[in-house]
Design a protein around this ligand. Structure first.
Ligand code: ADP
Length: 188
């Protein structure tokens, strides 16, 4: 099994690269953001709760996310592996995820960190707002709040995995296919 985490700030290109890598290695793309948006579209109870956080650029509570991830993993018992895109996003999520993986007899291979500087991130998110009509990309203060959340709550997750020897840094600026090659090289 190949289990990867794609880590990076909002707009770093995790989703784009995750889709390509999933195709190459026949993995399941588990994007917590995409799953939450699907739940919002279906107007489920979880979706309505998640929306109240997402629209402000806040993180959805850890327990909601963890249950959701576990359910998706369990619904694919025969997969070649997963790419976790946008998860874990807090230290408590990362700690609980280690326990979850051990209980499911799964191991994490690598954590791919896509590095992009802040000015480029803001430009990309503004562009995406026009293309995808995402509420959380639509206004500069929401975008900035997401970056603040990333710096305060998510960036420490990097050190958590670097302490486990699993962090692989990839420069996220440049051509999509060139970045893809570097991502594939970084997978051990
Ligand atoms: P981006 O990486 O561009 O911010 P995502 O689609 O990954 O976009 O996430 C959108 C929003 O969904 C986040 O701002 C947050 O509110 C929520 N979300 C997604 N994944 C998580 C997570 N692992 N923990 C908490 N909230 C999450």
């Amino acid at each position: 099994m190949l289990n990867l985490i794609f880590f990076g700030a909002p707009g770093a290109g995790k989703g784009t690269q995750a889709k390509k890598v999933c195709e190459k290695f026949n993995l399941i793309h588990l994007s917590t953001g995409d799953i939450l948006r699907a739940k919002i579209a279906d107007k489920t109870e979880m979706g309505i709760l998640a929306k109240s956080y997402m629209d402000k650029g806040e993180l959805v509570p850890d327990d909601v996310i963890l249950k959701m991830v576990e359910n998706v993993i369990k619904s694919h018992p025969k997969s070649n592996g997963f790419i976790f895109d946008g998860f874990p996003r807090t230290i408590p999520q990362a700690e609980a995820f280690d326990i979850m993986l051990a209980n499911l007899n799964m191991a994490l291979s690598d954590v791919i960190h896509l590095k992009v500087d802040k000015d480029e991130l803001i430009e990309r998110l503004k562009k995406r707002a026009e293309l995808e009509n995402r509420k959380d990309d639509s206004n500069i203060s929401i975008i900035e709040n997401r970056i603040v959340q990333y710096i305060e709550k998510t960036a420490p997750v990097k050190e958590y995995y670097s302490n486990q020897g699993k962090l692989r840094k990839v420069e996220g600026i440049g051509d999509v296919d060139e970045i893809f090659e570097k991502v594939v090289e970084a997978i051990s």
